[in-house]
Design a protein around this ligand. Structure first.
Ligand code: ARG
Length: 438
């Protein structure tokens, strides 16, 4: 069937259309319509900012409290001691458990004990707490929330450590103050925006081999350069004036005036530069066997720690890493045997290998002495290489990084059954202390 077109007379047609239009777009309707559009756009923007942009900000607090069911130990006063480390981790774990199972879940980022001191009823704890809350929230309001969560758990939860409630104080601090408080601690990494870098960031980006490092990821890494011939070796910052490196780096030249140290993730441009005051080689460094391949470098002027230049922790001499522990090696060394030096810092995840395995006839056949540590993979591929010497092999313990090895030697690079060999830092803990007081 077909529809016949409706016919209008010439007089009717334009009049009807005109009248309709005028009725529909009267000023009131127009105003309402505009208003509705504006409202819809407004709501949409609101929803988008709420769910997508989520403008969270870091809020830092300084907490002080007494723990009454433990006794103070002399070693708590030494930051790198096993006693301090274990006790602070226990406290940090407890604090994180309190917040992770609370209403403020997901808001708590992390905590760091900065000091343990003696008290007549137990131990005084000073620590930094970090939270993420919407930037519109106020530090005072969050403080109230945090206190409430804490007091609630003190009442209801069975906690391994007894926190004395009246002694508990919480003070809001800015990121600068937080930095200063954490600066007194070694082995902490931060992003340029003052966020603490989570440990996982390094592991996730490793696929195979060596990945370039992010700014601030390995802030203790230094490049030792001979004036006129550039990068020779890596080194690790262990205080504001001392670097730890390998003795074999100075085989050609041990005159401190010919050396400089640079910091940052690129050799050029460096984030910081220092001249060298003094070079101390291990008295028993033996170039044929590579034994005692360790040296200290003193800088002429102190380093001012920042987000990108920071010192690494030295492990207590009693710390032992089991085989297959994940550790990271970093450096500006070549990516293939006899390749060129890299301008960008790279990192590789490797695993510790027991000395027994490393000394097998098919591996290094007895060349590994107690002062050495093997790390890599039995099927090769991931390894340090030329130019990484003297650089750090570090271990992450609860977001605090420890220098466990110094890149020393290896047969070629990345060959199967020829892992990297490192100077075992724990073995030289007393030697380092005797020369530097660290
Ligand atoms: N001795 C080398 C250097 O001068 C570093 C050796 C490390 N080799 C290795 N396969 N892990 O830079």
């Amino acid at each position: 069937m077909m529809y016949a077109p409706v016919e209008f007379s010439e007089v009717d047609y334009p009049r009807v259309k005109y009248q309709r239009r005028q009725q529909f777009w009267n000023p009131i309707r127009l105003a309402l319509f505009t208003l509705a559009i504006v409202a819809i756009i407004g709501i949409a923007i609101g929803i988008v900012t709420h769910f997508v942009v989520k403008d969270d900000k870091s809020f830092y607090y300084f907490a002080s409290f007494k723990i009454t069911n433990i006794k103070y130990k002399e070693k708590y006063g030494i930051r790198n001691s096993r006693e301090f480390t274990e006790r602070s981790h226990q406290i940090e774990r407890m604090i994180s458990r309190i917040f992770q199972h609370s209403s403020g879940k997901g808001r708590f980022i992390k905590s760091h004990v900065t000091k343990l001191s003696p008290d007549k009823n137990g131990v005084n704890v000073l620590m930094v707490l970090m939270f993420r809350y919407p930037s519109t929230d106020s530090a005072e309001r969050i403080k109230k929330k945090v206190e409430m969560i804490l007091y609630q758990s003190l009442k209801t939860k069975q906690l391994p450590l007894t926190i004395n409630k009246p002694s508990f104080t919480l003070t809001s601090i800015d990121s600068k103050k937080m930095r200063n408080l954490l600066n007194s601690r070694c082995g902490i990494r931060m992003t340029s925006s003052n966020m603490l870098l989570p440990a996982s960031s390094s592991t996730e980006r490793i696929v195979q081999g060596r990945e370039t490092a992010m700014e601030g990821e390995w802030p203790w890494q230094a490049s030792l350069q001979l004036i006129g011939s550039g990068h020779q070796c890596g080194a690790s910052l262990i205080s504001n004036t001392w670097l730890l490196t390998a003795a074999h780096c100075f085989r050609k030249n041990k005159d401190p005036r010919q050396w400089i140290a640079t910091f940052g993730t690129t050799i050029t441009p460096p984030a910081m530069k220092r001249s060298v005051e003094k070079i101390i080689l291990h008295e028993k460094y033996h170039k044929e066997t590579n034994e005692n391949d360790i040296a200290l470098v003193q800088l002429t002027t102190q380093i001012k720690f920042s987000n990108v230049v920071q010192r690494v922790c030295l492990p207590d001499s009693s710390i032992k890493l089991p085989p297959k522990t994940s550790v990271f090696v970093t450096g500006f060394g070549s990516v293939i045997d006899d390749g060129p030096i890299q301008n960008k810092l790279r990192q590789a995840r490797v695993e510790t290998i027991s000395t027994d395995v490393c000394n097998r006839t098919d591996v290094y056949d007895g060349l590994i002495t107690p002062g050495m540590l093997c790390a890599g993979f039995m099927d090769g591929k991931v390894d340090a290489c030329k130019g990484d010497s003297g650089g750090p092999l570090v271990y992450d313990n609860h977001d605090i990084w420890y220098l466990v090895g110094i890149v020393s030697w290896g047969q070629s690079c990345g060959l199967p059954k020829k892992p990297g060999v490192y100077t075992r830092v724990t073995q030289y803990r007393d030697w380092i202390a005797s020369k530097t007081g660290i």
